[in-house]
Design a protein around this ligand. Structure first.
Ligand code: KG4
Ligand code: ZN
Length: 339
């Protein structure tokens, strides 16, 4: 099989990558639309779709040149086909189909969540890649779920959030604290100078059976705490203590929920964490400890592979192509596409 081109455009990152058939990265690029959306404090779908369209053709040309390949040499072209914002999904999918038609290359519509899930199997990450089955904790701005990953296309959702995603909670609390968007990284930075034991914020669903999540009660508790202070900018130390206490609460909840999920999947030995929130150091340490306590190994891909990227899309494409799983060109992108 020839190298595979991957395209990601489901949210606010435009990304392209070329991997050889074994999964080694030949070229990759991620362009974040952070600057376009920041004035609105969140992703604006129409702006996202237009921004994907504006940068994708050049970006693909660039990664193909870096990889030293022509389109006809590709073994496949894979694009995120959902779930996500429909405008961006259409841009990436149609672009991939165009290449497939023009150059007679197989087309693969990749489930974005499966791409996050399969990232841990990239060779080189953990020796030759994690073997099935394993447990995935996906914590991003739009998703928060525990998934039993048993094979390509063989996933079982063990639990998911009843309200906000973990990253969404970070973003909302960051907003309450007057931080910019996206809030996660800024909140983690602020929390570094705070006292995490200053506030005993609630730990929603802690100890409860199963591995569902909930963050709205925690977020409301933070809002009440913020409201106790005078309107306007919070004193730096007050904000830092709230940030640190919130972050600890989220870390404890995620560790507890993951621990329950591990108990639900005793046949697995590896807990994989993916999604933007997996970049958080406090959360990684809490999950490492929770995994160790259950005799699991925690695999956390490097941050650039945890957040949205096209390496994971190309890799998921390779996994599918190896099994002969290709899509026809009438595939319609799916805003909702649960695992
Ligand atoms: O996976 P991702 O890049 O995009 C999707 O949502 O699909 O995740 C972005 C989310 C945002 O909510 C962001 O605030 C959060 O991940 N995030 C973090 C950190 N870095 C990113 N949350 C907590 N701590 C971080 N260091
Ligand atoms: Zn994602």
């Amino acid at each position: 099989m020839g190298p595979v081109l991957g395209i990601e455009s489901s949210c606010d990152e435009t990304a392209s990558a070329v991997l050889d058939a074994e999964g080694h990265v030949l070229a990759e690029s991620v362009l974040s639309q952070e600057r376009e959306h920041a004035p609105y404090g969140g992703v604006v779908p129409e702006i996202a779709a237009r921004a994907h369209l504006a940068v994708l053709p050049d970006q693909v040309r660039r990664v193909m040149a870096q990889a030293g390949l022509t389109f006809a040499e590709l073994g496949g072209v894979a694009a995120s086909g959902g779930p996500g914002l429909i405008g961006g999904l259409i841009v990436g999918s149609q672009f991939a189909k165009g290449i497939a038609i023009a150059h007679g290359v197989p087309y693969v519509a990749v489930n974005h969540l499966e791409a996050h899930a399969l990232t841990a199997r990239l060779p080189g990450l953990v020796q030759e890649g994690v073997e099935f089955p394993y447990l995935l904790l996906l914590v991003s701005g739009g998703h928060c779920q525990c998934v039993a990953v048993r094979g390509v296309g063989q996933h079982e959702r063990l639990g998911s959030t009843m309200d906000d995603a973990a990253g969404e909670a970070f973003d909302k609390v960051a907003k309450l604290l007057g931080l910019g968007w996206p809030g996660g990284p800024a909140l983690e930075k602020l929390a570094a100078g705070g006292d995490a034991s200053r506030h005993g914020f609630p730990r929603p669903l802690l100890g409860r059976a199963g591995c569902d999540f909930s963050f709205s009660g925690l977020k409301t508790a933070v809002a009440h705490e913020v409201a106790r202070h005078e309107a306007g900018a919070l004193p730096k130390q007050v904000a830092a203590d709230i940030a640190a206490s919130f972050q600890r609460a989220v870390a404890e909840v995620l560790a507890d929920r993951a621990s329950h999920a591990m108990a639900m999947m005793p046949e697995a030995r590896v807990l994989v964490v993916a999604g933007g929130v997996a970049a958080n150091g406090t959360i990684r340490s809490a999950l490492t400890a929770a995994a160790a306590a259950r005799g699991f190994q925690l695999v956390a891909p490097p941050v650039r592979l945890c957040t949205d990227n096209a390496v994971m899309v190309a890799w998921a494409g390779i996994e599918r192509l190896r099994l002969g799983l290709v899509n026809s060109l009438d595939f319609a992108p799916r805003p909702r596409w649960p695992l």
